[in-house]
Design a binder for this molecule. Structure first.
Ligand code: SF4
Length: 432
């Protein structure tokens, strides 16, 4: 299948292909809903925001190379059976567009994905050619996130890994069975193979940061995306899948994307109401516990309780099921114990450990150290007093936490609609 839409203007192509890219969450796109053409309405040109490996917020041109797909995935707006405008850039057009935007200070980098318009190698080639032009001819050293085409040859993947800062391949759905049902032309083995091959290229990510600097290959690592709510898998199943991926070949990040219905298809669920954003949000929080708080999946969920609690964040839900561990003495608890307290994040733990070398901490010190006392107080004492304002009983604490969580979640989820998914996830999970 040849690239199409060559009679379109560059502006029309940009409009079509940036619109076609907006459902991909794995670059932590802003998904901004601001209306109007005034100053700063950058989302209309496909500009989104992402977080670089060093934590800076950067603007990206988020765009598909082509939306002309030979596959027919049930959930996808770009699928072959949809009757809508198709367009493709040429590598020279896209590289020039990117560099023009960069020179005008609109963007600092590029998120490039594509529909599969030909066989994997032929679909991957023009993406690579775009990167070659940017890195070579235009001497562009900005951030590039490339979504690779699974099934392409190892040589193309190796070149992509040298040219891009981050690469991703979407696992799409939580199980092979669901992938077969909704995206039968995709091959799970080929997607997993991408992770293995890139892992082999990048070597041992567990090396100390200093010695990793010489590996200038895909330095920001691999990520993937899973759609949540299009198929019947439980949160337990989704987290088990994510955990397996993290334990496997060098995957840095799993993005969860609440299913947004864009097609009518008998294989898809009829969604009443808004996309499952609260569920997506809880999954990000649980994912954070797996990656940074040394929780195991089976501590968060089990077959008897396979769904995350919508009223409580997963760390608070765990603590409430394990009140036998609490309240902890903030002056004596170990680092690992402190990390398990709801409302006490990693930075707060470090501050507690540092501060208590100098002084005996009391309730009034903790707020100053950044502890979210609205949640943490029910699980702490200062050596003399329990810090909660309700009895240390599951029903009392649940009620107190639930009302706090409802307030916080409604604020944060409205933030989530308008802000970068990853920003929101970070903001939400920073002091779990
Ligand atoms: S391969 Fe599937 S998910 Fe990707 S663009 Fe084509 S139809 Fe959409």
């Amino acid at each position: 299948m040849a690239a199409t839409g060559q009679n379109l203007s560059l502006e029309e192509k940009l409009q079509i292909l940036s619109g076609a890219a907006k459902y991909d969450a794995s670059c932590a796109s802003s998904g901004s809903t601001r209306q109007g053409d005034g100053v700063g309405a950058a989302h209309k040109s496909g500009i989104c925001h992402s977080w670089s490996a060093d934590g800076r917020c950067i603007s990206l041109l988020k765009v598909l190379f082509s939306n002309n797909c030979r596959y027919d995935c049930a959930y996808c707006v770009n699928r072959r059976s949809n009757d809508h405008r198709r367009a493709s850039f040429t590598p020279a057009e896209l590289a020039q567009l990117c560099i023009d935007f960069y020179r005008r200070n609109y963007i600092e980098g590029l998120f490039l994905s594509s529909a599969v318009f030909s066989n994997p190698d032929d679909s991957m080639q023009p993406l690579l050619e775009t990167l070659r032009l940017l890195r070579g001819e235009h001497r562009f050293h900005g951030y590039i996130h490339l979504k690779v085409i699974p099934g392409c040859s190892p040589e193309l993947l190796a070149e992509a890994a040298r040219l891009a800062d981050r690469m991703s391949a979407n696992i799409e759905l939580p199980s092979r069975q669901s992938l077969l049902q909704l995206a039968p032309e995709k091959d799970e083995g080929q997607i997993l193979q991408v992770f293995h091959q890139v892992h082999q290229l990048t070597g041992d990510r567990k090396l100390p940061a200093k010695s990793q600097k010489k590996h200038a290959i895909n330095p920001a690592g691999m990520s993937t995306q899973m759609i949540v709510g299009a198929t019947p898998e439980s949160d337990l199943c989704i987290l088990q899948r994510a955990d397996l991926l993290y334990r496997g070949p060098g995957l840095k990040r799993v993005y969860y994307s609440a299913y947004i219905p864009v097609n009518v298809d008998h294989r898809l669920p009829a969604l009443a109401g808004a996309p499952p954003l609260l569920r997506e949000h809880r999954l990000y929080q649980a994912d954070w516990l797996l990656r940074f708080y040394q929780f195991r999946v089976e501590e968060i969920l089990d077959p008897g309780q396979p769904q995350l609690d919508s009223d409580l964040d997963p760390k608070a839900a765990w603590a409430l099921r394990h009140l036998e561990h609490f309240p902890l003495d903030v002056n004596r608890a170990s680092k690992e114990e402190l990390l398990r307290i709801p409302g006490v994040g990693m930075r707060s733990v470090q501050r507690i450990l540092t501060a208590r070398r100098q002084t005996r901490l009391q309730a009034e010190d903790l707020k100053r150290l950044g502890i979210v006392m609205k949640r943490a107080r029910y699980f702490l004492h200062d050596g003399r007093h329990y810090l909660g304002d309700v009895p240390q009983r599951e029903d009392f604490i649940r009620r107190a936490l639930t009302s706090e969580t409802r307030k916080a979640t409604s604020n944060q989820l409205s933030f989530n609609f308008n802000q970068p998914a990853e920003t929101a996830a970070s903001a939400l999970t920073g002091e779990l």
